[in-house]
Design a binder for this molecule. Sequence first.
Ligand code: ATP
Ligand code: MG
Length: 238
Amino acid sequence: MMPDSVLDLDAVSIAFNGNLALDGLSLRLQPGEVYALLGPNGAGKTTTLNLILGFLSPDRGSITIDGIDGVANPIGARTRIAYLPETVMLHPALTAIENLEYFALLAGRRIDAGTARGLLADAGLQGEAHDRRAAGFSKGMRQKVGVAIALAKDARLLLLDEPTSGLDAGAANDLSQVIRAASARGIAVLMATHDLFRVKHVAHRLGILRGGVLVDERDAATIGPVELEQLYLEKLAA
Ligand SMILES: Nc1ncnc2c1ncn2[C@@H]1O[C@H](COP(=O)(O)OP(=O)(O)OP(=O)(O)O)[C@@H](O)[C@H]1O
Ligand SMILES: [Mg+2]
């Protein structure tokens, strides 16, 4: 692998009950790169994220995260990864600041309230929410706290699974900004998404997964939104 890549999947395959969910998937992300994994239901997007997180083990191939072998050492590799699930779980009784301090501590980082405030601001959470209990937080606000946790943890790789599903346009736009901010700090971002409309504004590279095979990959800058939708439909029909 290239020495500076944050994520390197090489010819990864995994089957469930004899059915291949991923078939020879290779992916490489450089620091700060934002990669969007597109594909229909069942294409293998979440499986890819679960493999990177070490929750699944590949039948074949290798997974390297920031130089760490993710198959041999999933716990070590996970220290370099922040994961935003569809619903970021926060402690409802704790404020945003307290949640951040708590989850940072779980990741082995002790941060003070001032640092927490700065990270929440960097993640785009409005100041008036910093001292509010998380119980009333919207999905978008939870994600911002999730990103702040990723920043506190000093993760090298941020994984997001369908982050814009269920977000209104404003919150989805906020999330794009937050992803760009993480990218500007050198964090590589891999997101699984169905959002063809928004993906071009945030991703540097797009990959289309179908039946566990990467059937297309290209620079986001080289394709317009209408072309992307056409390409996507073509690739699914092919
Ligand atoms: N733990 C599991 N046990 C058995 N089969 C699984 C398991 N996880 C995933 N699969 C199968 O692997 C394939 C890929 O599923 P995956 O969840 O990765 O798709 P996806 O691209 O995330 O789809 P969606 O867009 O619906 O979230 C599917 O056929 C799914 O049924
Ligand atoms: Mg999925």
